[in-house]
Write a protein that binds this ligand. Structure first.
Ligand SMILES: *Cc1c(COP(=O)(O)O)cnc(C)c1O
Length: 372
């Protein structure tokens, strides 16, 4: 048996939508991308959506659209996928890390203000593993210190904070559509904002800096090719028509895990959150404090030996080799992040994961943990 870490949920509907595009006239910059964007403005109740070719591109465009530049500091989390910090480095902006909360793994809002300096221009918070960050507090801090607020919701499509959809907070927000995310376009991302200027700038910059009059050789600013193809947009449209079903399926798989993991001693499973709704992105367990990083790595190796894919979500950003080199980061600088990232394991998680397979995975895990 070989169980992958993730797998996209593609039906005949997605396949025929993509084939229809291929049989049509426009493979890029047609109606599908416009429709895909409209679905997102409706879903998040945002005014503007700009579809791009990855979540990383979406973050990069927001950083540029907000005018962040060399010398500026942006407060963010070290416990995330590396793109949420790299988007700052692209523009020589300095990421200033704030440690995370023990329970939610999200940025610890109580530690943000002590890191604000004259150079601080924005906060970039991440809804890690689909768990909403504390957006009311983040908005308050941003307002008080006149900072921009960026919401990286690349892992959190469908989540809610106090009844309001994730992706609707901050000056701008992002989603991503890599195959392991809640919905996929194979590769893709989205910028959401209520600010017309930000939306116009992002639209222009995704398309080689063209002005929005679409004069093909009127380049008014530095831009990129961050366009999403019509095939990808068509795929995304169908996925979004299935979003309720997809989120429900993920909840059911999480339930299977919960039921089968609760009697394994010495591990912590994801808990319900009181202030909103999580959108299941990955299923991450945390080993108890009698285990260390070596134990964790051994458990992962033994699991893989049984055909169970797993991963150390996340290996923290500040300890990545090139971040260490650039900023001289060391273990101990962000102790909660270090502690958590030494003990977390992401188990296989995708819509089509059956109860039978979850039972297989959890039994193997139990056996391994009890043998240590
Ligand atoms: C997936 C992800 C992104 C963007 O990823 P792409 O692969 O570029 O689409 C950004 N931030 C976080 C937290 C992510 O998980």
């Amino acid at each position: 048996m070989k169980i992958p870490l993730s797998a996209a949920d593609i039906t005949e509907k997605e396949i025929s939508a993509v084939v229809n595009v291929l049989n049509g006239e426009r493979l890029s910059m047609g109606n599908a991308i416009v429709k895909f964007e409209k679905i997102f403005t409706k879903y998040t109740k945002r005014k503007y959506a700009v579809a791009v070719n990855s979540g990383t591109s979406a973050l990069h465009l927001i950083v540029r659209a907000l005018g962040l530049q060399k010398g500026d500091e942006v407060i963010t989390t070290p416990f995330s996928f590396i793109a949420s910090s790299n988007c700052l480095l692209f523009e020589d902006v300095t990421p200033v890390f704030v440690d995370i909360e023990r329970e939610t793994y999200n940025i610890d809002v109580s530690k943000i203000e002590e890191k604000i300096t004259q150079k601080t221009k924005a906060i970039l918070a991440v809804d890690v593993f689909g768990v909403p960050a504390l957006w009311d507090k983040l908005i308050k801090i941003a307002k008080k210190h006149k900072l921009k607020l960026i919401q990286d919701s690349c892992e959190a499509l469908g989540a809610e904070f106090k009844g309001r959809k994730i992706g609707s907070f901050g000056d701008a927000a992002t989603f991503a559509f890599y195959p392991n995310k809640q919905i996929t376009t194979a590769e893709g991302g989205m910028v959401l904002t209520d600010n017309k200027n930000i939306a116009d700038l992002c639209k222009s910059m995704r398309n080689q800096g063209r002005d929005n009059m679409q004069t093909w050789f009127g380049h008014v600013r530095l831009g990129y090719n961050y366009r999403l193809s019509e095939m990808q947009a068509a795929l995304g449209i169908v996925q979004m028509t299935r979003i309720k079903e997809i989120l429900k399926k993920r909840e059911i798989v999480a339930k299977y895990y919960e039921e089968n993991l609760k009697d394994i001693p010495g591990i912590k499973i994801p808990e319900n959150i009181s202030y909103g709704k999580r959108s299941w992105f990955v299923y991450v367990i945390e080993l108890g404090n009698k285990f260390n990083r070596k134990d964790r790595d051994k458990i992962m190796k033994l699991l893989r030996g049984q055909g169970v894919s797993c991963s150390n979500y996340f290996s923290p950003i500040h300890l990545q080799p090139f971040y260490r080199k650039l900023f001289n980061f060391k273990r101990g600088y962000f102790p909660v992040t270090d502690y958590v990232s030494d003990r977390t394991i992401a188990l296989p998680f995708f819509n089509k994961l059956t109860e039978k397979k979850v039972i297989y995975i959890t039994q193997k895990l139990k056996k391994i943990i009890l043998s240590l």
